[in-house]
Design a protein around this ligand. Structure first.
Ligand SMILES: Cc1ncc(COP(=O)(O)O)c(C=O)c1O
Length: 238
């Protein structure tokens, strides 16, 4: 198949071999593993880039709230991405890092009304400990916050039910338990109730041009999901 792309169809493969749809067809396969439902997952970009996109989108959905809550032992890249976003916002928001066993109480205390987004990795890369996704998601919602889960160490390894747990946003890498190999792109999930309202801060031509010009078959309602930044390099692996 790769030689057809390289030697024969070249860039016509965008249409002829369905390159444009692969974000969705690969996403649908992953959705079966993580309980993501139909059309709520795309495969695109790197985990860090997807985290950036979804965290900014989530923060915009909670204007007036100024805290991103995470845990001290979270994956370092995730913390760097959060800090990078907050740097761009001239310190109008702050990152609150708490111990793992304090997350729930943080979500239940009076100050929780300032939390915009909770950003956690489901299975810890160092300890292997796993959060109660449904309980923390419910607690985040109870205080009016949104939640973004990083599934890099759980997708393909443990049972997941994103829709059942009512998760708002999730990302995960393709090269660990999904076995995508080196260069495999990441995936992102957006709950259907948030897809119309969410806007990615990184809008490529996939969203702005083709999605509105009738040149593609993209579902137009997926305002966020059509916002991948560039064609992932290694989608043939999925
Ligand atoms: C939990 C977690 N988050 C984020 C990342 C960063 O992934 P990427 O290199 O795809 O941005 C990793 C990579 O190992 C990870 O394990």
């Amino acid at each position: 198949m790769l030689s057809i792309y390289a030697g024969v169809d070249l860039i016509r493969s965008w249409n002829k071999h369905g390159w444009l749809e692969r974000q969705f067809t690969a996403g649908a396969k992953i959705a079966r593993l993580v309980g993501g439902g139909d059309k709520n997952i795309i495969v695109s970009d790197a985990t860090s880039v997807n985290l950036f996109k979804l965290l900014v989108a989530a923060m915009k959905l909670r204007p007036g709230r100024t805290v991103v809550l995470s845990e001290r032992g979270n994956f370092p890249t995730d913390i760097y991405i959060i800090q990078g976003i907050l740097d761009q916002m001239d310190n109008s928001h702050q990152l609150k890092l708490v111990q793992t066993d304090c997350i729930l109480s943080e979500l239940q205390c009076e100050a929780s009304s300032s939390i915009a987004v909770v950003c956690l990795t489901h299975v810890n890369f160092k300890t292997g400990s796993m959060h109660d996704m449904a309980a923390l998601t419910a607690a985040a919602h109870a205080c009016g916050a949104l939640i973004l889960w990083d599934l890099s160490h759980s997708a393909g390894a443990v049972e997941l039910d994103l829709l059942g747990a009512d998760v708002d946003f999730a990302v995960g890498c393709g090269y660990k338990y999904l076995n995508g190999g080196p260069g495999a792109p990441s995936f992102l999930f957006v709950h259907p109730r948030l897809q119309h309202a969410s806007r990615s801060p990184l809008t490529g031509c996939y969203k702005v041009g083709w999605a509105t010009s009738g040149r593609s078959t993209f579902p137009k309602c997926f305002s966020l999901l059509t916002a991948w930044v560039g064609l992932p390099a290694e989608l043939h692996r999925y």
